[in-house]
Design a protein around this ligand. Structure first.
Ligand code: NI
Length: 451
């Protein structure tokens, strides 16, 4: 059976490929590369303004385009320059070794791209992508990161900000489980050597030596690592805070099975009009099909959850397939929305010990529901409202589906009524924190007290 691998390869943008092809024909490589120079400020997230310069070199046998940060401080300059020099030396050595094949219209290429991004309030990461193409078709890719504490003027290693203990290692190892065990073991040995970036969504790790084809990228949702981040780091991260008033009533709206190109945009509009944040449990296959819709959900600030790839009953398939359903979906959702889902809702709410273990090992918490709106069955706006009114209680998680137009029809009246009754809306993760529910156990939300 063909196995899919649970990681995202670092993809070279199309223009890199185009340049490589194009540069075989153009002589003036230098001008070309300068024209597409990445503006480090374009993301608007850098805490310090790092300028980058591009040096180019063209000979009969190769072209080089190397972008590097312009930094005064020699403490930062030295290791960065050292890394670039190593890349360059390795490239020139390969050129030398392949001298016979090069020249006369066929040249080797080295491209090093650099970018900076903000990690925490005080930390900024410079990330290098290096790509060299000498005489084989695939080329060689490397990723290298340097994180700098801007206020204390020193390099930051991952263990400085994160407790890289067994729990974290276990999550990472799980993400890499399709790779040779000994290579993974070796890669994970020394956390202080890891290449990483961090933002309010996820910690991203890049491992060089696991896969010969190129760097392996692993995303860990911020929620998973939050307990292991040291206080100062958490302080610097812009983790969303919600003000909770004691004595008020809070519930969470959840939408499953989407994104849908017709219904999801309608639901987003209603939620926006009511200034309500909800949670969307997406199917990986749908997010892959409708990435723009998925992205719109994330952009509107809603929480994104994982509802598996193909909506299979996880308790009825083997462990491997179960893993694949969860991880492939997470990967697709991540690539569409830029967010790594930290909550998992298994289809049909079907769980067993194995599902719980897989969720936990993947750094997700299992979320079910306490109020089933029966929108999937009734497909009638009035009926949906009636069911929710009858069942709702503070702390409830309400199950809806953003694939039925009748659910979108029901939503305006539903929100208006619940608001009148004094309900406020949170995402499931916020509700979970509010109710202080242990994240390792399935979270159902509160039920109405009977009788
Ligand atoms: Ni579903």
């Amino acid at each position: 059976m063909l196995k899919k691998i649970p990681f995202r390869r670092v993809r070279w943008p199309g223009w890199v490929v185009l340049i490589i092809i194009g540069s075989s024909f153009f002589y003036g490589m230098a001008q070309l590369v300068d024209a597409i120079r990445v503006d480090p400020e374009s993301g608007g997230s850098s805490p310090v303004s790092i300028d980058f310069k591009t040096e180019t070199d063209n000979t009969e046998t190769y072209t080089m385009s190397i972008q590097s940060p312009v930094m005064e401080d020699s403490r930062f300059q030295k290791p960065i320059k050292g890394w670039i020099k190593n890349e360059k030396d390795a490239f020139l050595k390969a050129v030398e070794e392949n001298k016979k094949e090069l020249g006369e219209g066929y040249r080797a290429h080295l491209i090093i791209q650099a970018d900076s991004r903000k990690s925490t309030h005080d930390t900024c990461t410079i990330i290098f992508h290096s790509y060299q193409l000498v005489n084989n078709v695939r080329g060689k890719e490397h990723v290298k990161t340097f994180s700098i504490d801007v206020s204390e003027k020193k390099f930051v290693k991952l263990p400085d900000i994160l407790e890289t203990n067994g729990d974290i290692i276990k999550v990472i190892r799980n993400r890499l489980q399709q790779h040779p065990n000994d290579k993974v073991q070796e890669a994970l040995m020394d956390p202080s050597s890891w290449n990483w970036t961090l933002n309010s969504q996820a910690l991203t790790l890049y491992f060089e030596d696991i896969d010969e084809a190129g760097p392996t990228q692993v995303e860990i949702p911020i929620r998973t690592i939050l307990p292991y981040l040291n206080e100062k780091t958490v302080d610097g991260l812009e983790v969303t805070e919600v003000s909770i008033e004691p004595g008020e009533k809070y519930v969470a709206l959840t939408f499953d099975d989407g994104p849908d190109p017709n219904v999801t945009p309608r639901i987003l509009k209603v939620l926006e009009a009511h200034d309500v944040q909800a949670t969307f449990f997406m199917l990986g296959s749908q997010a892959e099909k409708y990435p723009t819709v998925a992205k719109d959900v994330a952009k509107a600030g809603h929480e994104i959850g994982n509802h598996t790839d193909h909506h299979k009953d996880l308790t009825k398939i083997g462990k491997e397939q179960m893993m694949e359903e969860v991880q492939a979906s997470s990967r697709k959702i991540m690539s569409a929305t830029g967010q790594a889902p930290a909550v998992l809702r298994p289809p049909y709410g079907a769980i067993n010990q194995e599902v719980e273990t897989i969720a936990h090992d993947n750094g997700s918490s299992l979320v079910l529901w306490s109020v089933d709106s029966l929108d999937w069955k009734n497909k009638n706006a009035a009926a949906i409202n009636r069911v929710v009114q009858q069942e709702i209680a503070p702390g409830a998680i309400i199950l809806l589906h953003d694939v039925h137009s009748t659910t979108a029809d029901a939503l305006p009246a539903l929100l208006t009524t619940l608001e009148k009754e004094g309900y406020h809306f949170l995402t499931v993760s916020q509700l979970q924190s509010l109710l202080a529910v242990e994240s390792s156990s399935p979270f159902y939300g509160n039920m109405k007290k009977k009788g």
